[in-house]
Ligand binder design. Structure first.
Ligand code: ADP
Ligand code: ADP
Length: 239
């Protein structure tokens, strides 16, 4: 059984724009999937339907065989907790410490009042320190997020996603605002989560060469349609 399944999924925004058009797609557990396409092709829309940041207009999306499109309340929160999201603009709390930003990945595991008070367990603090070490930022624990470089901030965001113990990581153009060197380190961090923890990673990218370097499989979108779907072994420069 695939981890994620799209059955005839379409998304039309309220203003009539087609986001996705009749997408059929199965994503196995543990895959590193890269979604490529021009700006406006529907990559971000596709990612955001998986954690229900966007609702679809027709079709169905299944995760582990269960439809997610009508989930509400506690079930919806559970879904979102099991999915880590990484954004182009990092989405950190700029004036908070790196440690606090990383710990916020744990928030769904507490009652609301504990989260607001920032009462995290010793285990969680150790886990946060460990997560930061993994992305090479052990010494930045108490640094304010906005004092880090873009690449460092993105690695904090990856550590935060890791804190969620997610099954799935969605990364929406995670390297769009980074220089080439930083880009490789961020892609490597995502690849490590995929390989060492068997997390399923779905990344939107503009760059086909970068997709070829890291992906198990590449899919292409154009104007909301799936126009390309190949395991990496079959990708040639002619594509
Ligand atoms: P949904 O159908 O998922 O509820 P909406 O159509 O309500 O989405 O739009 C969500 C938000 O995105 C709105 O605040 C809207 O202003 C904004 N938005 C509108 N057009 C675009 C666009 N082309 N790209 C990104 N965001 C947009
Ligand atoms: P990509 O991530 O590939 O750049 P998107 O998924 O952001 O593409 O956008 C797909 C299409 O949907 C584009 O035409 C975009 O303008 C439109 N779109 C995205 N978000 C919204 C929104 N909230 N409301 C209306 N249109 C949107």
């Amino acid at each position: 059984q695939p981890l994620i399944e799209f059955n005839h999924v379409s998304k039309i925004y309220k203003n009539g724009t087609v986001g996705l058009k009749d997408i059929n797609l199965t994503i196995p557990q543990g895959e590193f999937l890269v979604v490529v396409g021009l700006s406006g092709a529907g990559k971000s829309t596709l990612l955001r339907t998986i954690n229900r940041m966007h609702d679809i207009t027709s079709g169905d999306i299944l995760i582990e065989g269960q439809s997610i499109i009508h989930l509400q309340g506690k079930k919806l929160r559970q879904l979102r907790r099991s999915i880590g999201m990484i954004f182009q603009n990092f989405n950190l709390v700029k004036r908070s410490s790196v440690q606090r930003n990383v710990l916020s990945g744990r928030i769904g595991y507490y009652g609301t009042w504990r989260s607001i008070l920032g009462l995290f367990s010793k285990e969680d603090k150790q886990k946060a320190a460990h997560a930061l070490k993994r992305v090479g930022l052990a010494e930045k624990l108490y640094t304010r997020a906005d004092q880090l470089s873009g690449g460092q901030q993105q690695r904090v965001a990856i550590a935060r996603a890791f804190m969620q113990d997610p099954k799935i990581i969605l990364a929406d153009e995670p390297i769009a605002s980074l220089d080439p060197l930083t880009t490789e380190s961020v892609m490597n961090d995502l690849k490590k989560l995929n390989e060492e923890f068997n997390m399923t990673v779905i990344v939107n990218l503009h760059s086909v060469p970068l997709a070829q370097k890291y992906a198990d499989r590449i899919i292409g979108l154009r104007a909301g349609e799936l126009v390309y779907d190949q395991p990496i072994a079959n990708v040639t420069d002619a594509d």
